[in-house]
Design a protein around this ligand. Sequence first.
Ligand code: SER
Length: 582
Amino acid sequence: MNIKDLYINFFVSKGHVEIPSAPIVPENDPSVLFNTAGMQPLIPYLMGEIHPSGNRLCDAQKCVRLTDLEEVGDKTHHTFFEMLGNWSLGNYFKKESITYSYEFLTNVLKLPKERLAITVFKGDEEIPKDEESAECWKKMGIKEEKIAYLGREDNFWAAGETGPCGTDTEIFYWRSEEEVPTTFDPTDDRWVEIWNNVFMEYNRKSDYTIELLPKKNVDTGMGLERIVAVVEGVNDNYTSSIWIDIIKKIEEITELPYEGNEKGMRIIADHIRTSVFIAADPAQIVPSNTDQGYILRRLIRRAIRYAKKLNIDINSNWDKIIAKAIIAKYETYYPELKQQQERILNILYEEKNKFNRTLERGLKEFEKVARKQTEIDKITAFHLYDTYGFPIELTTELAMERNMKVDEKGFQEKMKEHQEKSRTASAGKFKGGLAGNSEIETKYHTATHLLNAALKIVLGDDTHQRGSNITEERMRFDFNCDHKLTDEEKRQVEDLVNQFIADDLPVKKEEMTKQNALEIGAEAMFIEKYPEVLNVYFIGEISKEICGGPHVKSTKELGHFKIKKEEASSAGVRRIKAVLED
Ligand code: SER
C-alpha cells in the first residue's frame, strides 16, 4: 500500500474522518492565490466553528507554494505538493498527537526511532517553554540529546499575519548514509524535517497580540513527496516512486538520460504537474497576466524553455504526453483531472503555441542585448515582456545565467505606466460612450449584449466579455472559453440571439451607483474603471449590463444576426465575428 493510503487508513483507525482535499485556489479567501497548507481551508473550524464531519479529521490536501519557485530544479523543491494532515478540533491535544505521529512513523512506516529527532518551543516572555511535548517525546523513547529547544522562528506556526496559530513540535529524520550522531544538531541539513505538529491554541489579532482560542486544536502537516523519498531511501525526491514514471517519460521524449540533465527534467516534471492541477481547479484559471493566471503562464513558459534546452521539439506533443502521464497517475485520487483533461491539454497547447511564436525571437533579442550590455535595462525588460511574452522572472533567470542584473524596479515602473495608459484610454472611451456612432454601429452595440447573454446560456454563467470592437461592417466580440465552439454551440448561440430579436424586447437605461449595479448582478467588464454613477442597460429580462450606450429602443430593429467566424483570440479567450443582415 502506498504512504498516502497508509496514512489515511491509520488516522481513520484512530477515529478520524477523511475529508476531501479542498480546491487549490481557496474558495473564500481572496488574500492568497493558492492553498499552501492543509489547514488553510480549515481556518474557520480552527477558530471555533463546528465542522460537519466532526472533530477528528484527516486528508491529503493539494497545495501550491511559490516562495521556492526558482529553487525548483534541485533535488527537493516542488511547486505543487500534497500535504498529509490530521486535525483535532478541540478534541485531543499534545499527548495523543505526539503518540499518533510516533506510532505511524515507527510502527506503520517502520522508521527506526534512532533516526528521529525533535524540536520543541523553548519559551519566551509571552508563551512558556513546551515541557509537555518534550515529556511526551521522552516517554515515547526519544532521548533528551535528540530534542532541541528553539524559538519563535522555528517552533511557532501561523498561516498568516493574523488568525489561528500556536507552538509546534517538528519531527526530523536522519537522511544520510553516515552514522546517526548521538546529539541532534538542527543546523545540520542531513536532518530533514518530515512532520510538523502545531498546537493551535491562540488567535493572533490585527494588533499582533494573541488571545486563547475557544478550543485547543491540533494541526499537523507532512509533505508527501518528502516522506516518500525518506521511506524509499532516495535523497533526490525526483527518483522516488512519485516522480520516476514522469521522469522516464521525459527521458523517452528527449532521448537523454536523467543523469546529467536533472535540472531541466525536474523543472519540466514539476511545472507541468503543477500546471495540470491548477488548470483542473474549479476556479477555471487560464494563463493570463495577473494572479493565478500569471503563475500558470510562468510555469508553462518556464517548462517550455527548459524543454527547449533539452532539445525537445516544442511543436511536438511532448507536453500532452507528460500531462497525460500525470493525469493517469493521479486520477483515482483526483477525478477532476480526468474530467478536465480536455481543458488541461488545451491550455497547455494554446499557451505553448502562443509562447512558441515569440520565444525564439525573444531569446535572440535577449542575446543581442546581453552581448552589448552588462545589465538588462528597463526598456529591454519591458520590451521582452510586451513583445515576446517573457515573464519578468524569465528575463531575470536568463540574466542570472550570464551573471547579469535586471532593472526589475524600472520594469515595474514601466508596467505601471503601461497599465495607467490603458486605463485612461478605456475610461475615456467609456465616458464618451459611443455617442458619435452611426445607426448600424448602435445596432451592433445592442447585439453585443444579446450575444453576451446567449453565450452565458449556451456555455455557462461564467462566460464573460473580454473585449469588443465594432465597425460599420461587423461586430467582434471576445469572451472567455476554454474550447473551440462546436457547430452545435454556434448554432444555438445564433438561434438564441435571433430569438431575442424576434421577441421584440425593450431596451431600457437606468442610472445607478456602481455599488447598486454590482448588487443587482449587472454584467461588467472592468468594474474598477467605471465611474461611481453609471448606466445599466436592461434588455427585457435577458440582459443587464453596465454600459455607456447608445442602444436601439427595441431588439426588433436589429434584423438578422449571423456568426461569420469563431476563432481563438488568446489562451482561454475566443473571438466571434458576426454581422447583422436585413
Ligand atoms: N500548518 C502546518 C504546516 O503547514 C502543519 O500542518 O506546516
